[in-house]
Design a protein. Structure first.
Length: 299
């Protein structure tokens, strides 16, 4: 997994030596039975050396290798922190762990830098190298999604929004999947809210999802598969929004009708004489209910 070989280098360099030292700490962190706290410390030691290797890199190929190692170490630190947090989880304190967030963000940024340097390196195995990096990045996004699912909807959205901060759309290999994940998270929540009868919340969330999807579409039209997938989600979000709005109007119409019934009953029952003002209140409620229910099936 970690890249520490120097077979392609004519001689051992400072960067390759630092990577090799980092790999030693990384291997110790993966030792069987090691406690999460000590495992995290060893991953952090490895990361320090990988970051030094990035700074000492004398070529694009060396920088790509060091960035990949740093990305993997950052991910391991984030996952270990998540493991430790899960062991003492308190649902009442469901918040974004900023240190964990930092390491996830740098996992993505290091992978992006490794890809850019790999493409510029001219290495003989360039296609295979980039393919491996993209596969590792895909695994990383799946891990981020799994991490998000351990939180409430509000924390998931905050986590993804913070994760995306300072990552411009030009960093397409990480910006687009994050934007897609954020859009999908909101879309799925709008569907859940609608199915649970929370139509106002469903409308608000679906509108936000549509905005995020449209931002992604505006920045990814030349990425065919991604564009088609998000365009399909955009249509689904529009349908979900329309249905939630219709259900909310139906609920409002039924409430207005019920208020009309209540006012009419009071007009007849509160005294021996007919309360005309209450009758007019009932008429107003019924009229409002009819307007809300226009072209809609309401019993």
């Amino acid at each position: 997994m970690m890249d520490g070989s120097v077979s392609r280098q004519r001689q051992t360099t400072v960067s390759s030596q630092l990577r090799a030292e980092g790999n030693t700490h990384y291997a110790k962190a993966k030792a069987e039975g090691i406690a999460p706290f000590l495992r995290q410390v060893r991953y952090e030691e490895a990361l320090k050396l990988y970051n030094k290797a990035i700074q000492a890199a004398g070529s694009a190929e060396e920088r790509s290798s060091a960035c990949k190692n740093a990305a993997i170490a950052n991910r391991k630190i984030a996952e270990t922190m998540r493991e430790k947090a899960a062991a003492i989880a308190n649902p009442a304190q469901d918040t974004v762990n900023l240190r964990e967030l930092y390491h996830w963000q740098h996992t993505l940024l290091n992978f992006s830098a490794a890809k850019a340097s790999g493409e510029a390196s001219g290495r003989e195995d360039s296609l295979a190298w980039i393919g491996n990096l993209l596969a590792a990045m895909s695994e990383c996004f799946h891990a981020i999604q799994a991490t998000c699912l351990q939180h409430s909807y509000e924390v998931r959205v905050e986590f993804l929004q913070r994760l995306q901060q300072n990552i411009p759309p030009e960093e397409s290999c990480i910006w687009q999947p994050l934007q897609a994940l954020l859009s999908e998270t909101k879309f799925n929540e709008s569907v859940c809210q609608r199915e649970a009868g929370g139509y106002i919340a469903a409308i608000r969330i679906a509108q936000s999802a549509l905005q995020d999807i449209n931002i992604l579409l505006d920045n990814s039209q030349h990425y065919g598969e991604q564009f088609c997938g998000m365009f399909s989600m955009s249509l689904q979000a529009e349908n979900a929004l329309a249905e939630a709005e219709q259900q909310e109007r139906i609920c409002q119409a039924m409430q207005a009708c019920a208020l009309g019934d209540e006012a009419f009953e009071k007009a007849l029952m509160m005294s021996d004489e007919l309360r005309v003002e209450l009758v007019w209140d009932a008429v107003d409620y019924y009229h409002h209910s009819l307007l809300l229910a226009k072209n809609r099936e309401v019993e």
